[in-house]
Design a protein around this ligand. Structure first.
Ligand code: UDP
Length: 237
């Protein structure tokens, strides 16, 4: 077991993984395969909070680079995360997993607002709570949203499923000599600007002593493998 004492974890998936092999948007078959991974994690007995990014649909920075007002573009990005959360909810429910979506931007017709005590109740009942719209404010990312929810719900770890299998001392896609850390400190990540999550998210995890487990979500079955301590990952602590 990677986290033998953990009772509750937060799993953060970047929006891009919902695209599957597509260039853009949501591939429902791939979302279903991710949902199977989340279900497997739930079946280990862990309580699961889920945060999904929006980069497969819209990123505020990209909009701003094309001349849009940054805050306006960021709100569009937040709305994209709600679409992804609904897609994941649908896939999980197809698999018989009980879920609730809570959005940091109120959208009464489609999901609940973020209410911490209510989320606690859902988790105690075994439901997976999917938190959408990040922190609900522009100039942030869903990484910060994930760190914030992990802190307020006292998660024992934040698992970040991404396209690389950990944190490297250089970009592994460009530098063949790049080596992966087994563990690395929050301060080293921040000082060396290592690509894990944005700095505000890393700092929030550091200040609340929440370990960050970075692993590849591209390989099938990896969530369960990493949780069982049989996977490849980097732990930031
Ligand atoms: N966003 C935001 N505030 C938040 C969370 C997200 O403004 O608290 C916007 C921001 O524009 C961001 C976009 O939503 O680029 C999508 O989120 P993110 O880039 O974190 O998605 P990911 O990279 O994980 O797919």
């Amino acid at each position: 077991m990677l986290l033998p004492d953990a009772k509750r974890i937060l799993l953060k998936l970047s929006g891009e993984v919902l695209m599957g092999e597509q260039e853009f948007g949501i591939d429902p078959a791939y979302v279903l395969r991710l949902a199977e991974e989340v279900k497997a994690a739930r079946e280990t007995g862990l309580e699961i909070c889920l945060v999904i990014g929006g980069g497969n649909i819209f990123r505020g920075m990209a909009g701003a680079a094309q001349g849009m007002d940054r805050a306006q573009a960021d709100y569009m990005g937040m709305l994209a995360t709600v679409m992804n959360a609904l897609a994941m909810q649908s896939a999980l429910e197809q698999l018989g997993v009980d879920t609730r979506v809570q959005s940091a931007i109120q959208m009464d017709q489609v999901c609940e607002p973020v209410i911490r005590r209510r989320a606690e109740r859902h988790l105690a009942k075994g439901r997976i709570v999917i938190f959408a719209a990040g922190v609900g404010a522009p100039y942030f990312t869903t990484d910060s949203g994930a760190a914030l929810r992990a802190a307020e719900l006292r998660c024992d770890a934040l698992l970040k499923g991404t396209s690389v299998d950990g944190v490297y001392d250089a970009d592994p896609k460009r530098d063949p000599d790049a080596t992966r850390f087994e563990t690395v400190t929050y301060d080293k990540v921040l000082a060396n600007n290592l690509k894990v999550m944005d700095a505000s998210a890393v700092a929030l995890c550091r200040d609340n002593a929440i370990p960050i487990v970075v692993f590849s979500i591209r390989e099938r079955g990896n969530v369960a493998r990493v949780l069982a301590g049989e996977g490849v990952q980097t732990i930031v602590k």
